[in-house]
Design a protein around this ligand. Structure first.
Ligand SMILES: Nc1nc2c(ncn2[C@@H]2O[C@H](COP(=O)(O)OP(=O)(O)O)[C@@H](O)[C@H]2O)c(=O)[nH]1
Ligand SMILES: [Mg+2]
Length: 470
């Protein structure tokens, strides 16, 4: 691996670090993780096993019951030590995991005893950073560790697990191999005058360019959707007062979260709740009904909040009352929704006799389809959930690997640009040196994506997002 820039790493990789790896609080057990060359020696003075085993003599991947005491021999807790030996551990170093009872005082006491005995407190993400630096994971997998911990829905968990298992790394490896093959191919002909290239060689090189370009493009294609899957789709319910927005909000949440009444302007501030729709993480907002001429100062504030919520959201549910005719107030609301938003039109109160004219609604909404729903009887809600899930992904995931972070996108786009330059030079029959320089730049961009090329600053940014103990 090579490092960009000639700076010394800020973090010493060789000292022994420790941290509580489980959430701080009460639980069945807690785990304190120790990693580094001195892991066995620093734990030894505190550990008494019935067979008086030395920690350093324990075989790799074994678990040992014993007493954890302070240096005066006072019992702190009965613990299990899990022993891992370099290089077969999470960090690639000698690692001991101390499982103790899951209380705040006991975990802190064990950690403090270790810290007083020459162990350094781990920085956020430092265990995973060591794993990366020791080649246990590439950078996309290290990022997936964080995504897995943070996953809020089944779908975001699926993506993180695949990425952690190396699916994205393998796709990138194939791409890098193809780029290397193309480079080798070109370099084999570098001493030939271009015009002497046989037609079939020329065609084969062009085909390789196209194949690589298409693969990188398809990696980038799903980025925005993956980002939404990971961070959650923000959906705002908008409509004039009394069309049933809060009732719909409650129906989707399956609990009475928002106040519902037939008094207009019941909802003044917007409410936000998280829910899972077909395995996707969604943040749903109920808003104050939009009116064009708010009189009460609180209504004016409510309007501003609603408009802000609409602007911030990825998708808008535009609700009309199907039991009434379409009015100017509905038109006003629709005009306030930016048209680049994903919009779903909902004709609510389908359990009542319908008065809404389909033509008028189609004319207003630019012929968007609508769904007839009833927040009262739940009619149409399944279809609505399906439409929402459709924004985030196909029902079954048969697509290839896709990137999940802005950092990946920037690197993949840099690779695409360099590849386009190389392809251009090749078509224009420029000297092969021009072609290979840009191909190498494309390769380097992919290496930055996987972390074969990295800077300490980049690692600082990535791992600072982690919690201590991971
Ligand atoms: N029959 C019927 N009434 C509904 C439905 N949805 C809402 N309502 C009623 O419409 C009124 C306004 O509902 P609310 O959810 O507070 O509307 P909001 O002002 O848009 O939030 C209340 O009396 C609700 O019970 C529905 O699907 N069917
Ligand atoms: Mg309401």
């Amino acid at each position: 691996m090579c490092r960009l820039g000639a700076r010394m790493p800020k973090i010493d990789m060789d000292d022994t670090i420790a941290a509580i790896a489980t959430p701080l609080g009460e639980g069945g057990i807690a785990v304190i993780r120790v990693s580094g060359r001195g892991a066995f020696e620093v734990v030894q003075p505190f550990f008494r096993s019935p067979k008086a085993e030395k920690v350093a003599d324990c075989s790799a991947n074994t678990i040992h019951w014993g007493k954890f005491t302070d240096l005066q021999g006072e019992l702190v807790d009965q613990v299990l030590l899990s022993v891992f030996r370099e290089p077969h551990s999470y960090t690639g170093q000698d690692v001991i995991e101390i499982s103790c009872h899951g209380g705040l005082a006991v975990t802190k006491r064990i950690l403090n005893l270790l810290l007083e005995n020459g162990v350094r407190s781990a920085e956020p993400g430092e265990f995973t950073r060591r794993a990366f630096l020791n080649g246990k994971l590439d950078l996309t997998q290290a990022e997936a560790v964080l995504d897995l911990i943070r996953a809020k829905s089944g779908r975001s968990l699926d993506i993180a697990v695949r990425q952690l298992s190396g699916a994205l790394s393998r796709s990138l490896k194939t791409l890098k191999d193809e780029l290397l093959r193309l480079l080798a191919h070109l370099e084999a002909y570098i001493d030939f005058p271009e015009e002497d290239l046989e037609v079939n060689v020329n065609e084969s090189i062009q085909e390789q360019f196209v194949a690589i370009r298409e693969k990188i493009s398809s990696l980038v294609a799903g980025f925005e959707r993956n980002l939404l899957v990971r961070e959650g789709l923000l959906i705002t319910i908008a409509g004039k007062p009394n069309v049933g927005k809060s009732s719909l909000f409650n129906a989707l949440l399956e609990r009475d979260r928002a106040l519902v009444s037939d008094i207009p302007h019941t909802t003044r501030d917007h409410l936000e709740e998280a829910l899972e729709i077909r395995g996707f993480y969604v943040r749903l907002r109920d808003t104050a009904g939009l009116i064009s001429t708010p009189e009460h100062p609180l209504d004016k504030l409510g309007m501003e909040r609603t408009l802000q919520a609409v602007r911030e959201s990825h998708a808008v549910l535009f609700v009309v009352d199907g039991a009434a005719a379409l009015g100017e107030a509905d038109r006003d609301v629709f005009r306030k929704i930016p048209k680049e938003k994903r919009i779903i039109v909902l004709m609510n109160k389908a359990d009542l006799p319908m008065k809404m004219e389909a033509e008028a609604l189609a004319a207003l909404t630019g012929n968007r389809d609508w769904i007839r729903i009833s927040s009262k009887t739940r009619e149409g809600l399944k279809e609505l959930e399906q439409r929402i899930a459709g924004f985030l992904g196909p029902e079954t995931s048969e697509e290839g690997e896709q990137i999940t972070r802005m950092r990946h996108k920037v690197a993949a786009e840099a690779a695409l640009e360099a590849l386009a330059r190389a392809e251009g030079s090749f078509r224009e029959r420029a000297s092969f040196e021009f072609v290979t320089v840009d191909l190498r730049a494309a390769l380097d961009a992919l290496k930055e994506l996987t972390g074969e090329i990295y800077s300490e600053d980049l690692l600082d940014v990535i791992f600072s997002e982690f919690c201590i103990g991971k």
